[in-house]
Design a protein around this ligand. Structure first.
Ligand SMILES: [Ca+2]
Ligand SMILES: [Ca+2]
Ligand SMILES: [Ca+2]
Length: 304
């Protein structure tokens, strides 16, 4: 057996010897129309223009796909650094929707009604010096990335009026400096995360006209600086938590057009809006006298 292998190797090696000028002979094993003869030796042009006697292309492509080039693409986005307007570097810069943002100096982003498309890139969470972020009125889809919870200096977050889906990420509860949060008129679903109760600096919370389900978390009662609470036009169920009465700075309370059930807690009289919007729910009498005139239409067919 060993002898046969050895013999085969000898035969192959023996056959490999090309005729020196065979590279231009159409019948030769090393034929190559692009070859040329130089000093009785076949030479070949490689992809980067190098001429050598090795028929294989031994040039390499640079980061930008140029054979034999020296281009560098530091942020691996297939755009070479010499023409790349944003060379993304950890801790230095972030690229969002084709624009470059310096992490250190970007404190506000007014990107409303551009319209931006696609989803919100998770890298937005690297812009940790942001205090103001307005992405409202665009054509953004997809979920709110949980990385939004890294923007702990945010005071204003506007994501309203576009097709965002998924649920409100619980990480939003990290944004304890928020005073304004507006996500209204989006396609979000799911429950209001109880972590919303961490946002004790909020003065305006608008989660209206989404598709929120589940109960209003009792933690909403922690948001005692709220002046505006918009929860109307959702699919919220369960009873109004008595903790709503803690919100004595409210000037607007909207709970209308949900599927809230049970009796309205007396504590509602302690919150600040004397004419709250409560209509179009399934709230049952008897109603607290302070808001009796404001209960509007209620489906009481399931009331006891
Ligand atoms: Ca070569
Ligand atoms: Ca690049
Ligand atoms: Ca880039």
């Amino acid at each position: 057996m060993k002898k046969i292998i050895l013999l085969s190797i000898l035969i192959i090696v023996g056959c490999e010897e090309p005729a020196i000028e065979g590279c231009l002979d159409g019948q030769a094993t090393n034929y190559d129309a692009t070859a040329s003869i130089d000093n009785n030796t076949c030479t070949y042009v490689d992809s980067c223009g190098v001429i050598d006697i090795d028929k294989t292309n031994d040039c390499i492509q640079d980061d930008c796909g140029v054979w034999g080039g020296d281009g560098v693409d530091a942020d691996s986005d297939n755009i070479c650094d010499d023409v790349d307007a944003c060379i993304v570097q950890d801790g230095v810069s972030v690229e969002l929707w084709g624009e470059c943002y310096d992490i250190e100096t970007t404190t506000s982003l007014f990107l409303n009604h551009i319209p931006l498309t696609g989803s919100i890139p998770p890298e937005i969470g690297n812009l940790t010096n942001l205090t103001y972020l307005d992405l409202s009125g665009n054509h953004l889809t997809g979920e709110i990335p949980s990385e939004i919870g890294n923007l702990t200096n945010l005071e204003t977050l506007y994501l309203h009026y576009q097709g965002l889906t998924g649920s409100i990420p619980p990480e939003i509860g990290n944004l304890t400096n928020l005073t304004d949060l507006n996500i209204c008129f989006t396609q979000l679903t799911g429950a209001i995360p109880s972590e919303i109760g961490n946002l004790t600096n909020l003065t305006n919370l608008d989660l209206s006209h989404i598709h929120l389900t589940g109960a209003i978390p009792s933690e909403i009662g922690n948001l005692t600086n709220l002046t505006d609470l918009h929860l109307g036009g959702n699919d919220l169920t369960g009873e109004i938590p008595p903790e709503i009465g803690n919100l004595n700075n409210l000037t607007y309370l909207g709970l209308n057009s949900n599927q809230l059930t049970g009796e309205i807690p007396e504590e509602i009289c302690n919150q600040g809006d004397s004419s709250p919007s409560l209509s179009n729910n399934q709230l049952c009498p008897p109603y607290p006298s302070c808001i009796e005139d404001y209960v509007g239409e209620q489906d009481t067919s399931n009331c006891p």
